[in-house]
Ligand binder design. Structure first.
Ligand code: AQP
Length: 325
């Protein structure tokens, strides 16, 4: 029997190359190996204020983008989190089994609350419990994620084990799958921080729908250093990031890549070409798909009954084990 893979992505902004290389590309590449369930986690998105109409629109656009990136309904189930009520309900049960000290250690909460000090809400603090519920509801064996979600996955594993010990076997304890290359794509203009949908400046982010011109401009302007030799040196953060992106996109060896370019300008030209050649077919498919909003809606509800059955079985088991009637 195939192992089950589960992962999610938030409709918090426009999808970028970091999301693609760190997560989605691996979902797509591994989809024949696993039984897959993927999710647009829009309930997570409201932990930071979202304009409601925009959130609705972005949820649908992200759903279409995931299909354009290559998620194939023959192998993968795709759905929208808020349409399945069991996520919030299981999160509450898990909340009551997570120590406040464990939650206090989550670095994403610290980062996000520092970025946005006026909007530190309970939901943002509680984000990891909802993420644990997403994963555990579907009895997931593996969770393909970028490096930034590793700590949340550890908390998910801990709460699953604690629950199973305390109340009896209920959840599969999931394993993370973190790619060796591309797990943390950094911002092009600030290579000390990760490329992120909610970054304040667009210059460091390659969006999935960026035009070729825009990609070329952003890559040309990418921060490097005053040296000139090309080598994978993680102390030279800007260059290292560009080389890692190139490595991810071409699957060439590091040695071969280092020998291919004499200077930064050559590397940047080749990298921009490589990025656009990977994004162009995705962009075509996305624009094709979004011409027909009714069709997207049909796809959006297509897997809901299947998903609901799995979620309902897990939730009712957990509910009964803790003694809720
Ligand atoms: N820069 C990145 N490099 C590699 N992987 C990344 N991921 C995100 N950024 C990078 C991975 O993408 C998946 C979906 O992420 P998400 O939308 O759920 O939330 P996030 O990690 O918080 O992504 P962003 O872009 O930084 O969004 P905002 O700004 O809204 O928080 C995850 O598997 C993540 O690891």
């Amino acid at each position: 029997m195939k192992k089950r893979a589960f992962s999610g992505i938030q409709p918090t902004g426009k999808l970028h190359l970091g999301n693609y290389l760190g997560a989605i590309r691996n979902w797509v590449n591994n989809q024949e190996q696993y039984e897959n369930i993927y999710c647009v986690v829009n309930s997570h998105a409201i932990t930071v204020y979202q304009e409601p109409k925009e959130l609705q629109q972005r949820t649908i656009e992200l759903f279409a983008m995931l299909i354009a990136c290559g998620l194939d309904f023959k192998y993968s189930k795709l759905f929208v989190q808020s349409r399945i009520d069991y996520h919030g309900a299981l999160a509450w049960i898990l909340d009551c089994n997570i120590a406040i000290g464990d939650m206090n250690r989550m670095t994403q909460f610290k980062d996000k609350s520092q970025k946005n000090p006026k909007n530190i809400n309970v939901g943002l603090f509680n984000y990891p419990a909802l993420m644990a519920a997403d994963i555990l509801l579907y009895q997931s064996d593996v969770v393909p994620i970028g490096d930034d979600q590793k700590q949340h996955l550890e908390l998910t594993r801990d709460v699953a084990m604690r629950f199973n010990e305390r109340y009896g076997e209920c959840f599969i304890v999931p394993e993370p799958i973190i790619p060796q290359v591309g797990a943390r794509i950094m911002s092009l203009d600030n290579p000390e921080s990760k490329m992120s949908k909610s970054s304040s400046s667009d210059n460091g982010i390659i969006y999935m729908l960026d035009s070729k011109d825009s990609i070329v401009k952003k890559v040309k302007r990418a921060t490097t250093d005053s040296l000139s030799d090309i080598c994978f040196d993680s102390n030279r953060a800007g260059l290292y990031n560009l080389l890692c992106i190139y490595e991810c996109l071409t699957d060439k060896s590091r040695n071969e890549i280092e020998k291919s370019f004499k200077n930064y300008a050559e590397l940047k030209i080749a990298l921009a070409e490589e990025i656009f050649s990977k994004l162009e077919p995705i962009q075509h498919k996305y624009y094709e798909l979004t011409k027909d909003p009714n069709h997207i809606w049909q796809l959006l509800v297509q897997h809901e009954e299947y998903i609901k059955d799995i979620a309902s079985a897990t939730y009712h088991k957990a509910k009964s084990l803790v003694g809720l009637i």
